[in-house]
Design a binder for this molecule. Structure first.
Ligand SMILES: CC(C)(COP(=O)(O)OP(=O)(O)OC[C@H]1O[C@@H](n2cnc3c(N)ncnc32)[C@H](O)[C@@H]1OP(=O)(O)O)[C@@H](O)C(=O)NCCC(=O)NCCS
Length: 225
């Protein structure tokens, strides 16, 4: 049976997708989320090749070299896999833009329905706009969307203990630290411990507005919005 179309073209099989979210103002400019485009490939490759030293320590292990992981073919396959997952309601994969410029990705993944209604959030941002609130704005938009139109109840972020920038992002948004997952993810060539952070819908009855207020109240992004 064909899925039922919902507001904005989303469907009952993959609620909340496709979507465009934002803007949220931060020091770098207006942060918006939109579906990935084929034409994002050039920036995706250039930024990730340049920022290898920042991204690779927190990226999934691979037998391929960093350059081979960022070929044109790998971009097409990455986008194809995300688009297929989005159609099946398993992922909600956004490009992050600042003033229409592609500056990274935020992805809701591992989406499970039924009694769990949970997923994780993952992200990376162009180092040219680091420490200006871009990731925090993008994660706030994605989490509000996940607990709203996507219909999830719980969002998790699993973060390496030495990834202080990523921990700052979720702490600013009020994620709870729930514990240490030992040897949890195969990252940069080894099974690595990760801190588990989470937020559930009961903690965010006012969605995006509440996430942005938490950010402001924790001192991050002062004067950005
Ligand atoms: C993590 C990442 C997405 C953050 O992007 P960003 O746009 O710079 O994030 P924001 O500006 O919204 O917030 C970063 C916060 O971390 C803080 N921070 C940055 N580097 C830090 C460090 N080395 N130690 C402590 N805090 C740090 C910033 O000061 C900022 O907090 P503030 O708002 O209180 O000043 C970016 O560093 C990145 O892409 N890293 C590589 C990929 C990655 O780690 N992804 C996440 C995997 S879990």
């Amino acid at each position: 049976m064909a899925p039922t179309a919902g507001p904005g073209g989303s469907s009952s099989r993959h609620p909340g997708w496709p979507a465009r979210l934002g803007p949220v103002q931060c020091a770098a400019g207006p942060v918006e989320l939109r579906p990935l485009r084929r034409s994002d490939g050039r920036a995706w490759r250039a930024l990730r090749l340049r920022d290898r030293a920042l991204i690779e320590p927190f990226d999934a292990s691979s037998d391929l070299s960093w350059a081979d992981r960022h070929s044109g073919a790998l971009w097409r396959s990455h986008r194809f896999l995300l688009a297929g997952g989005a159609r099946r309601g398993e992922v909600v994969p956004f490009a992050i833009t600042v003033g229409d410029r592609f500056v990274g990705q935020v992805t809701l993944g591992g989406i499970q329905r039924g009694a769990l209604r949970s997923g994780w959030v993952g992200y990376w941002v162009d180092s040219a706009v680091h420490r200006q609130g871009v990731a925090t704005a993008a994660v706030a938009l994605a989490v509000a969307h996940a607990l709203g139109p996507v219909g999830l109840h719980r969002i998790e972020a699993t973060i390496a203990p030495d990834n202080l920038a990523s921990q700052a992002v979720v702490r600013h948004l009020g994620f709870r630290e729930e514990g240490l997952l030992e040897r949890y993810l195969d990252i940069a060539g080894a099974w690595r411990d990760h801190l588990l952070f989470a937020v559930t819908a009961e903690e965010l009855p006012h969605g995006l507005e509440q996430l942005l207020a938490r950010w402001r109240d924790t001192g991050g992004g002062t004067g950005r919005r």
